[in-house]
Write a protein that binds this ligand. Structure first.
Ligand code: HAM
Length: 416
């Protein structure tokens, strides 16, 4: 008797290690204001075919798909983003100013099993909807970086901007015509893959192909104004946050839904090309399903791969000590709110920020709707003096404190 190929039992005491790992991952997501979502393991096949793209390896050859008794086609989910987007549309979540969700669960891809690659594996993922600016991307990246720090994983964040439907077609055209010059040097087995999507050229690991990489045009030179501004905005913010990353102008990801920012965390010890986690922005996925035009960004992390390189902390906190929202009186202070929130998370205080850059009034409305007991306010006065105002949402009482003391004060008072 055997498990199916590429699938594994998790036996005791590993089961305990898994539970602890999942609890820590959930805690980290909560520190950023993300709430858990659970979607079915089966979805209509259309969801993945349409969303991930026909040229992706997953859709082309790795889906566990079957015809149900009523003639409909169902697929064991190979990833978590498309199902969450489906759920967002189905439940009309557009009525909310933004949505932050996380998920943990099994995914299925009929891949060739090898070290760190299974047919049933588990992902922890987060998705943020409703934030179009680079602050959304930065949040996903710093959260992922925090996961790696907490789990003691050595490695680096690889990042790229792959353009949008405005600029990418021009790049693809240029890339295609350059690739054609070397067509006969490229092994035949890759021809179809490249024909379907020339950007997948950079996914090929065959040395003959890799040696051609330097001869190819790079997306950087083709980005439109908006993508360029997005990229610069994100890089400035990451610098402010002291977030290390490596720009990889050839990083492409396996699904068609990505626009602009893509990133991967490469773990030391997993082999050259093995990512512990990967993600990016997908601003047109929702519309492509006929849903509202809502931008999204997120990442997925492979728990098996994480456990191959992690030192899972023994003593852990499973619930944030307190939950607050950090608001800003003008858009210019959104970065300061972001930075302050990060320092609170270091102390296991959950801190949510409205990253849309909207008015104070609409942020306060959202804070009230989300039942925050305390809101931290950053305005001209506060910024100038290195202070922050703590507002008790029940009594309306406001007091100003030094920013460096605010975590202690929140911890003393508690918020729930
Ligand atoms: P992905 O890069 O396909 O992205 O998968 C994310 C992570 O899942 C990978 O970095 C890897 O750790 C793990 N993984 C993938 N396939 C396997 C496998 N066969 N065996 C073991 N681990 C595996 C996504 O799935 C996107 N949905 C991520 C995302 C979320 N993008 C935006 N939001």
């Amino acid at each position: 008797m055997k498990t199916p190929k590429g699938m594994r039992d998790i036996l005791p005491p590993d089961g305990e290690l898994w539970r602890r790992t999942e609890n820590i991952l959930a805690l980290i997501a909560r520190l950023y204001g993300y709430k858990e979502i659970r979607t079915p393991i089966l979805e209509y096949s259309f969801l993945f075919r349409k969303g991930l793209g026909d040229s992706s390896d997953v859709v082309e050859k790795e889906m566990y798909e079957f015809e149900d008794k009523d003639g409909s086609y169902l697929t064991l989910r190979p990833e978590g983003t498309a199902p969450v987007v489906r759920s967002y549309i189905e439940h009309g979540m557009k009525s909310l100013p933004w949505v932050r969700v996380f998920y943990i669960g099994p995914m299925f891809r009929r891949e060739k099993p090898q070290k760190g690659r299974y047919r049933q594996f588990h992902q922890f993922g987060i998705e943020l909807f409703g934030v179009s600016g680079p602050h959304g991307d930065a949040e996903a990246m710093v959260m992922l970086y925090r996961v790696m720090r907490i789990f003691g994983v050595n490695g680096y964040m690889s990042y790229n901007n792959i353009g949008c439907p405005v600029c990418r077609p021009k790049y693809i055209k240029a890339l295609r015509s350059e690739i054609e010059k070397y067509w006969d040097d490229i092994p035949k087995e890759y021809h179809e893959k490249i024909n379907r999507n020339p950007m997948r050229f950079f996914d090929i690991k065959d040395e003959k192909v890799v040696s051609l990489f330097d001869k190819m045009p790079t997306i950087e030179d083709f980005l439109c104004e908006e993508c360029q501004a997005h990229k610069e905005g994100l890089e400035t913010l990451l610098a402010k946050l002291g977030m290390p990353y490596e720009k990889n102008i050839r990083l492409v990801r396996g699904f068609d839904y990505y626009t602009r920012t893509v990133f991967e965390y490469i773990g030391e010890g997993l082999g050259a090309k093995s990512a512990v986690a990967g993600g990016g922005r997908y601003d047109y996925l929702m519309e492509s399903y006929g849903g509202p035009s809502v931008p999204g960004v997120g990442f997925g992390l492979g728990i098996e791969r994480l456990l191959m390189v992690a030192q899972v902390p023994e003593k852990v906190v499973y619930e944030p000590y307190a939950e607050v929202m950090v608001v800003y009186t003008k858009k210019d202070f959104m970065d300061d709110a972001f930075v302050l929130a990060e320092t609170l998370r270091d102390r296991f205080i959950a801190a949510e920020v409205d990253l849309r850059g909207t008015s104070l009034k609409s942020q306060m409305k959202a804070a009230a709707k989300r039942n925050y007991k305390y809101v931290l306010i950053l305005g001209d006065d506060e910024i100038e003096k290195g202070m922050v105002t703590l507002r008790d949402m029940e009594t309306g009482k406001q007091e100003m404190f030094k920013q460096e003391d605010i975590a202690d004060i929140i911890l003393e008072r508690g918020s729930s």
